[in-house]
Design a protein around this ligand. Structure first.
Ligand SMILES: Cc1cc2nc3c(=O)[nH]c(=O)nc-3n(C[C@H](O)[C@H](O)[C@H](O)COP(=O)(O)OP(=O)(O)OC[C@H]3O[C@@H](n4cnc5c(N)ncnc54)[C@H](O)[C@@H]3O)c2cc1C
Ligand SMILES: Cc1cc2nc3c(=O)[nH]c(=O)nc-3n(C[C@H](O)[C@H](O)[C@H](O)COP(=O)(O)O)c2cc1C
Ligand code: SF4
Length: 652
């Protein structure tokens, strides 16, 4: 495969064309690399990737921070831990790179919890101009003075020196995502009238000065750059972007990683974000890498939602890019490259682009994790490694959703004799419903992966088998894991037992066709996704939600396109609204202290799930070892089910 062939960046050979791009993980502490980071990156290097570009090292901490907890490279005191980091990466044959950056105005995020500028530790951020990052919760920055610009250029130079002293073999300059370099480059953020603003020549000046200064420190070490492949209206055009790439090459940049997006423009329809969410086509910005390739002769990296080795290979074979960045899929499966090399593509734990555990956690200032990989961020924690069981037990897992399947896999790997009983005719559980709304089809990969893995291990699967006390007694297991999922809540609303009332999950499970006017009670993820699905089919939908907003807790990258679609389908969203009484021809609601009647032929209930523990109570008396995971224990999501299943699989 071309993907697995070496390539040169400058004079440096990289063993294959798979690059782990920078992904800030929130594992740093006070700017220092931590043991947690060493373990996390080492696992990815061991997994066969050609090059790892460590997340943004901040050149001016904390005013240039991209998050509350970034890696800092603005002082020599950080060099010893950075050296350890480059060492663990190189030890496994991967090339160690580090991206260096200043977040500019994007550092000015105000914490929704306490209203403080926690990212900059209370300091007003800086930018090329007095224009705030146009996304809720950002303060307006202070305009940089010329002498401050010169100071920042010097800071980039010093950061490059430290990167090299710390043993990094490649240094990356972050010019994408509207951080400080990107801000100066783009007329979207740079409105200066001095020599750093106005013409493209002037807008390039800051970045070119930085490159010149960094290269002075770098000798033969390659300098690469990440840049935007497209910008929103008012930003650089595709032609200007091509010209910027050409100028970067002329200035000595030796490879370009093409990215796009930056928070705010998510609210522009059809603009692809830096972390393209589930539902975005594979290879969504490869055309932007192609545009840059036209203007340059150095290696160009394409990425963002490249998920399969086959797709990556085709991009290379068609000469649309020279290297491929694989980001989130390496969070999910650090061994992605090794598995591809061994022809075991189906063994790859899939990333489904949900952003729930990675970016979703990062934006809440939490260390990143992954819905499908409970070990992410805990690679060095020995208690998380499956070890052979002292005694092989007869384990019965009841329920073939993600919780049960993960438990079964880990328990089987440890040597237990595992049987799964699933009352439906197929494995997958509620994920089979979760994948039905628009843009959610990528979730199918979860069930496909589990089915494949279960078939590789000696796990007995009995489909169409509904567990009850008698059957379990007869089976006589040493351990039982209940993973039977939650039960839809029927709220105590007058008229709820009428035959025009349906549970949301039943509509999806039984493919029930609704038409005319429908009211959905409950505007959480399930309610609004069902609203979109029905809206797409031409149904007139009203969503009634007691809270002040719908889709609470849904990651904004997923929520924004969903809200656009609800707008397109004219779905009426009634928040702060109570459902009072269901009648044969509609629903009586109370809003702002007044009652209103909404006509509807069907009422759908989507107010969530409750735990299912009646079987647990029945089994306690005779099952020697009993566990429960996932929604049946406490209604949650796929991540809860998988992570709990993993942990129970480890302790049985
Ligand atoms: C429309 C929709 C969208 C969703 N979207 C997302 C999302 O985007 N992200 C996310 O993280 N989560 C999402 N979820 C939630 C997610 O699907 C669940 O939280 C998750 O599947 C719970 O996993 P589980 O293994 O605990 O239970 P389940 O997946 O519910 O599996 C339980 C299994 O047990 C079986 N079972 C029940 N009783 C018995 C019995 N007595 N004997 C044998 N088998 C039995 C059931 O048939 C089922 O297969 C969504 C849910 C829905 C409905
Ligand atoms: C949690 C998270 C943090 C990220 N942090 C950075 C970063 O610090 N610098 C950067 O250039 N890109 C960052 N990115 C973007 C990724 O490098 C990558 O371009 C993006 O995830 C799309 O590629 P993928 O679909 O292969 O994941 C981040 C992405 C995620 C999910
Ligand atoms: S949390 Fe979701 S998007 Fe992030 S790495 Fe895991 S599967 Fe991929």
């Amino acid at each position: 495969m071309k993907l697995l062939t070496p390539i040169k960046i400058g004079n440096l050979e990289v063993r294959n064309r798979v690059v782990m791009p920078s992904i800030t993980n929130n594992y740093a502490k006070d700017g220092y690399v931590t043991q947690q980071m060493l373990d996390y990156y080492e696992a990815r290097a061991r997994g066969g990737v050609g090059m790892i570009c460590v997340e943004d090292g901040i050149v001016d901490f904390p005013i240039g921070n991209n998050t509350k907890n970034p890696v800092s490279i603005d002082d020599d005191k950080y060099i010893p831990m950075l050296t350890k980091l480059s060492t663990v990466i190189k030890k496994h044959g991967a090339r160690a790179a580090i991206q260096i950056s200043h977040a500019g105005r994007r550092a000015g995020r105000v914490s929704p919890e306490n209203g403080c500028m926690e990212v900059t530790r209370g300091i007003i951020p800086v930018g090329p101009s007095i224009i705030g990052h146009p996304f809720p919760g950002y303060v307006v920055p202070r305009e940089l003075r010329i002498e401050e610009i010169e100071d920042i250029v010097e800071k980039f130079g010093q950061a490059a020196r430290r990167a090299i002293e710390a043993g990094f073999e490649i240094v990356g300059l972050h010019c994408a995502h509207m951080y400080l370099c990107g801000e100066f480059l783009s007329p979207w953020a740079n409105k200066r009238t001095d020599k750093y603003g106005g013409s493209l020549e002037n807008r390039l000046r800051f970045t070119l000065e930085i490159i010149q200064r960094m290269k002075k420190e770098m000798g033969n070490v390659p300098l690469i750059c990440r840049m935007n492949g497209e910008e929103p209206v008012g930003g650089n055009t595709l032609l200007e972007i091509r010209e910027i790439a050409r100028r970067l090459q002329s200035a000595g940049i030796e490879a370009i990683s093409v990215s796009t997006g930056f928070g705010a423009v998510l609210t522009e329809r059809d603009f692809i974000s830096a972390e393209a969410p589930i539902g975005t086509p594979e290879g969504c910005i490869v055309h932007l890498a192609e545009n840059i390739k036209i203007g340059t002769t150095i290696p160009v990296m394409a990425g963002n939602m490249i998920r399969t080795p086959e797709f990556a290979e085709n991009v290379l074979l068609e000469n649309r890019a020279d290297m491929i960045t694989i980001g989130r899929p390496l969070i999910t499966d650090p061994d992605w490259v090794n598995k591809v090399s061994a022809g075991k593509n189906r063994d790859i734990r899939p990333c489904v682009s949900c952003c729930q555990g990675c970016l979703g956690y990062l934006t809440r200032d939490l260390p990143i994790t992954c819905i499908m990989n409970p070990v992410t961020g805990r690679e060095g924690d020995h208690s998380m490694q499956p070890v052979p069981a002292e005694r092989a037990k007869k384990v019965l897992v009841i329920g073939g959703g993600p919780g049960g399947l993960e438990t079964a896999i880990i328990a089987a790997r440890r040597g237990h004799k595992v049987t799964i009983w699933e009352k439906a005719q197929q494995l997958g559980g509620t994920v089979l419903l979760a994948e039905l709304p628009p843009r959610k089809a990528e979730l199918k990969k979860i069930t496909n992966y589990f089915r494949h893995t279960v078939s590789q291990l000696k796990i007995d699967v009995e489909l169409g088998k509904e567990a009850n006390k008698e059957l379990i007694k007869e089976f006589n297991p040493d351990a039982v894991v209940l993973a039977i999922g939650g039960k839809g809540i029927l709220p105590p609303i007058k008229g709820i037992t009428q035959n025009n009332v349906f549970l949301a999950n039943d509509i999806l499970k039984n493919n029930i066709t609704l038409s005319g006017k429908v009211v959905i009670i409950g505007g959480g993820q399930v309610g609004v996704e069902l609203a979109e699905l029905l809206g797409e089919k031409g149904v007139s939908v009203t969503v009634v939600e007691a809270l002040p907003s719908v889709a609470e807790g849904v990651f904004f990258g997923i929520k924004v396109p969903l809200m656009f679609k609800l707008e397109d389908y004219k779905v009426r969203l009634l928040t702060n609204t109570l459902a009072k009484e269901i009648k044969a021809n509609g629903l009586l609601i109370e809003r702002n202290g007044t009652e209103e009647f909404i006509e509807a032929s069907s009422i759908v209930i989507a107010v969530g799930q409750t735990a299912q523990n009646s079987l647990e109570d029945e089994l306690k008396e005779f099952v020697p070892e009993l566990h429960a995971v996932g929604d049946c224990l406490k209604p949650g999501n796929i991540m809860d089910a998988v992570h709990e299943g993993y942990k129970v699989g480890l302790i049985i």
